[in-house]
Design a protein around this ligand. Structure first.
Ligand code: SAH
Length: 212
C-alpha cells in the first residue's frame, strides 16, 4: 500500500466511525499521525487503535480523537485547553481548527517530545505546559473549550470553573481500568448541562507530576 492509499483508508476509517464534520476531517488529513508515534509501533500509525508512547501512556485511537474533536464544536476563534498532551497528536488536530491550544502534561519527557514534533510541523499556536492538569491552567482561563484525554472519576471542579459561559468541555468519566463514559458538559448562564456521548477507555487522570 502506498502512502496516499494508506492516508485515504485512514480518513475513510475515521468517517465510518461517525466523524463527519468537514473541519475535523480536514484537520486529521493535514496532521500526520506517524509523526507522533516512535519506534516499534510507527508502522501501525494509520490503524485505528491506541498505541504505546512511553511513560506507560498511549496515543488515543484516531476515531476517538475525531469524535472528541467533533463533540467540542470547535471554531476558529476558540481558545482551547487540553489536559493530557501524551504524544501531542490530539493537540495538533485541535490546533488546525482553533485559534490557540494550551496543552498540559504531567510527564516532562512526553511534553518535551511533543514540543519537538509541534516545532517540526510548524504548529506555532500550541503552548505545551508541564504541570498537573487536574488543576487546569487558571492563569490562562477562561477557556472556550476544554478537552480531557485521561479519565477522571468526575469532571474536575477546577476545570469546570475555568470553562467560559457558553463553553463546552469533553471528558471521559469513570473508574480507571473499566469502561468509562465520554461526557459533554455545556456551561450555561445558570449552571452546567451534561450529556453522555459514548463508552470509551482512557488511562486515568493522575494528580501531581510524573517521575520522568
Ligand atoms: N491526548 C494524547 C493521549 C492522552 S494519554 C495524545 O493525543 O496522544 C493521557 C495522558 O494524560 C498521558 O500522557 C498522561 O500522562 C496524562 N495525564 C494523566 N493525568 C494527568 C494530569 N493530572 N495532568 C496532566 N496530564 C495528565
Amino acid at each position: 500500500m502506498d502512502d496516499a492509499e494508506q492516508k485515504m483508508r485512514f480518513i475513510y476509517g475515521i468517517r465510518s466511525k461517525g466523524v463527519t464534520d468537514a473541519r475535523v476531517l480536514a484537520a486529521m488529513e493535514a496532521i500526520d499521525r506517524g509523526a507522533f508515534v516512535r519506534g516499534l509501533f510507527a508502522e501501525r500509525s494509520y490503524e485505528d487503535m491506541p498505541l504505546p508512547i512511553g511513560c506507560g501512556q498511549t496515543i488515543s485511537q484516531p476515531s476517538v480523537v475525531g469524535l472528541m474533536t467533533q463533540a467540542l464544536e470547535l471554531g476558529p476563534r476558540d481558545k482551547v485547553l487540553e489536559i493530557g498532551t501524551g504524544s501531542g497528536y490530539q493537540a495538533a488536530v485541535l490546533s488546525r481548527i482553533a485559534r490557540r491550544v494550551y496543552t498540559v502534561e504531567r510527564h516532562r519527557r512526553l511534553i518535551q517530545e511533543a514540543r519537538q514534533v509541534f516545532e517540526k510541523l510548524g504548529l506555532v499556536n500550541i503552548i505545551a505546559v508541564h504541570g498537573d492538569g487536574s488543576r487546569g491552567l487558571p492563569e490562562q482561563s477562561p477557556f472556550d473549550r476544554i478537552i480531557v484525554t485521561a479519565a477522571a472519576e468526575d469532571p474536575p471542579g477546577p476545570l469546570l470553573a475555568q470553562l467560559r459561559i457558553g463553553g463546552i468541555m469533553v471528558v471521559p468519566v469513570g473508574q480507571s481500568d473499566t469502561v468509562q463514559s465520554l461526557i459533554r458538559v455545556r456551561r450555561t448562564e445558570t449552571g452546567f448541562e451534561y450529556d453522555e456521548l459514548r463508552a470509551v477507555r482512557f488511562v486515568p487522570l493522575v494528580e501531581g507530576l510524573g517521575k520522568e
